[in-house]
Design a protein around this ligand. Sequence first.
Ligand code: HAM
Length: 433
Amino acid sequence: MTQRAQAATGTGGLPDHLRRPVRGMRDWLPPQFYALRRMEELLSRVAESFGYRRVETPVVEHFEVLARRAGREIVGEIYYFKDRAGRELGLRFDMTVPIARAISYNLTIPRPVRWYYFSRVYRYDEPQHGRYREFHQFGVELVGSSSPRADAEVLGVLAESLRAVGVPDFVVRINDRKMVDKMLESMGVREYREAIYRALDKKHKLPREDVVKIMTSSGVEPSKAEAIYDAAVEMPLQEAVESIIKRAGAELYNFYCKLLKYLDSASGLDKFVFDMSIVRGLDYYTGMVFEVFAGNYKLAIGGGGRYDSLLELYSGISMPALGFALGVERLMEALGVQGIEKPPDYYIYIFDDGAYSLAAAIARRMRASGSDVVIELGDKTLREALEYALRLGVRYMVIIGRRELERGVVRVKDLGKREEVERPVTEFLGKEA
Ligand code: HAM
């Protein structure tokens, strides 16, 4: 039976659900994988151009390290298990935590540390469009500086990364947890912080009454809950600095005045807005937080912020830090990225087993000069091999026949143009001939 006929019948074997990846995960077949790799190349280039260096850590972490500052929502999403020795382990849900752990025992690394990653992370989330249980994050972490220049730099890398992969219409929504906390304090509702954060986070997703209800049902007075809701408006960053941030005190105001100045020089202000509803789910954030949206794509394609106390929690040494991560699958969906076909360049067909050594010599030579070359395994007739090569998208078929060989030539078929020419064998062998 031919391969196509088998594919059409395909009965027997594993049941369908076992042929598919585990729920929330996906297989990266070559075209999708090459598209992913292209993203990796473009994004890595941006991070490197800002002086960031690539880092990788184990997928498996101590559960205790993961759980420390994740926050209730994310802790519930950690893949948790015990190994045979009874160690409590988990799969990393992001790269910020493993990087903080790695720096905590590598204290001689010169600071600030500029690292970036393109790595797989795991969350036991409810799978749906844009929500997976295994996905990739590209991100940077800048550890060891509290300067507003660090914030401007990270936001600059973020903007450059999005431009590099071709997201023209992105917006970065910025908020500051310190500022929100100051506001809650001045309203006398600091003790309801957790519920208020949860409510603010839902501002773009739920109607007003429901958001207000999240606050009131945990004890916030209705008038205050409404005031918080109404204060959480979006506005240009400069306007926020001169109003809402200024009211939160001189320290924050000075920080943001400088940040604005640096950000304006580093990448311009037009892609950044202030949005008090951005509070983020992760518990480790301490100051500036932000989320990134692209065009009409509903979900955040990225997020980040300052986590000035996470490293101290792990290393005992104060190290202010910040970073961002982009969700690569979401980014690709927002961009409508298609798979990239990457067929081999040449397919060598020989009629006679005696010509195999010549085929191998030709292939060696071509591969050394950068071409991707396949040699027929001997299972197919020329017609079958041609059909197969066309399906793969191969550009050239090199046919080595006995009669041609006697004349010292091979046939080269351009499968795109459907033309065929004869070429001297020596042309393919160069010095080896
Ligand atoms: P995060 O917002 O949890 O932040 O994740 C970053 C991005 O990963 C999200 O904006 C989203 O695009 C993507 N993402 C999250 N969950 C899923 C999912 N289930 N399926 C597909 N994509 C998803 C962090 O992880 C922080 N570590 C970012 C950061 C770096 N903060 C400071 N440094």
